[in-house]
Design a protein around this ligand. Structure first.
Ligand SMILES: [Zn+2]
Length: 338
């Protein structure tokens, strides 16, 4: 009897599957459909319906996007599309575009977000603060420059501190820890890894696999405008797009020169070792320390607590204390979300 029931259940399940297929009904195969997407694939989907004319929350000015998620003012957008290469720049090396007191002031329009999403945004901020001296705090009336985080169309941010009240959008499709960290890093002044001046030594851009109007997304910023702080090109960066970004035919647009990294690019799990180092260098997190990066072993650097932090080759988390003593004394450097 039991055997018969099992068989019946199997046959029925099979029949239901066939029926659902022939009638085109959805068959749920994977609860975590987004899990496998690279950072650029997720941004492309979320930003599909973006419209420059209605993107600003207050509708007071147009917002333009480049590279999927970098917001530009009208002036920046026009400069980017200028045929004169000298005028074609939007990148910001100037320290004036860093946040004063290493502190980002922000408001979150919590009436338009669920509590879970507010928590996710705060966890993005917490990861950045965990690994650097950058702090985030809610803006008060007397604050000047600040970020207004709202539930708009798509996920996007300006690069650096550029406007008195600059918007950051987390719309539908942006509910992901990695996306939030990525946009927050833009706001702190970090560009995409694949637009670094030395990009062409580490990846090949296959322009033949994209439409003409997409090529602008792969323009290079030169050293006059971006600072790489002498740090190596980083395939693992959360600011590096995946292999098919801006493709018009599904073929790869980015090929890593070291083929071992072809499926590594596009990370959206969290900050890489060199993302952390870049941010620490950019915000001068260790000027109070007496030891220097050169004193640290194994490509380590001085962290905000004036201890040597070393790379940890694991997907789980990127950094550990270099010395066994510090590991025993201070434990793990892993970021644990709230
Ligand atoms: Zn981006």
């Amino acid at each position: 009897m039991e055997k018969f029931s099992q068989k019946t259940v199997l046959i029925l399940a099979g029949l239901m599957f066939l029926i659902s297929q022939s009638f085109g009904l959805p068959v749920k195969v994977n609860d975590n459909e987004n899990e496998e997407l690279s950072i650029d694939e997720m941004l492309r989907r979320a930003n599909e319906n973006f419209d420059s004319n209605i993107a600003s929350e207050s509708n007071d000015q147009d917002v333009y996007l480049t590279e999927y998620d970098i917001a530009l003012t009208k002036e920046q957008y026009e400069a980017l599309h200028n045929t004169d290469p000298q005028k074609r720049t939007v990148a910001l090396k100037d320290e004036n575009y860093r946040w004063a007191d290493k502190t980002v002031k922000y408001t979150i329009d919590s009436s338009k977000f669920t509590a879970d999403i507010v928590k996710m945004i705060e966890n993005g901020m917490a990861e950045i603060s965990h690994f650097s001296c950058v702090k985030f705090r809610q803006a008060v009336a007397s604050d000047g420059y600040q970020i207004k985080i709202f539930n708009g169309t798509g996920c996007w941010s300006y690069v650096g501190e550029v406007k008195p009240v600059q918007e950051m959008s987390f719309g539908p499709g942006c509910n992901d820890h990695g996306i939030m960290v990525h946009e927050l890093l833009h706001a702190l002044g970090i560009h995409h890894e694949q637009t670094r001046p030395d990009r062409d030594s580490f990846v090949t851009i296959n322009f033949e696999n994209m439409n003409e109007d997409r090529k602008v997304n792969f323009k290079l910023y030169d050293n006059t405008y971006v600072n790489t702080f002498g740090l190596p090109y980083d395939y693992r960066s959360i600011m590096h797009y995946g292999k098919t970004a801006f493709s018009n035919n599904g073929k790869d647009t980015i090929t890593t020169k070291d083929s071992a990294y072809q499926d590594v690019i596009g990370n959206r799990k969290g900050m890489s070792f060199f993302d952390v180092r870049t941010l620490n260098a950019m915000y001068k997190c260790t000027t109070h320390c007496t030891i220097k990066d050169a004193d640290c072993p194994n490509n380590g650097f001085v962290g905000k607590d004036c201890k040597c932090w070393c790379p940890l080759p694991t997907d789980d988390y990127p950094i550990e204390y270099c010395s066994a003593d510090d590991k025993t004394k201070y434990g793990s450097l892993k970021f644990v979300p709230k």
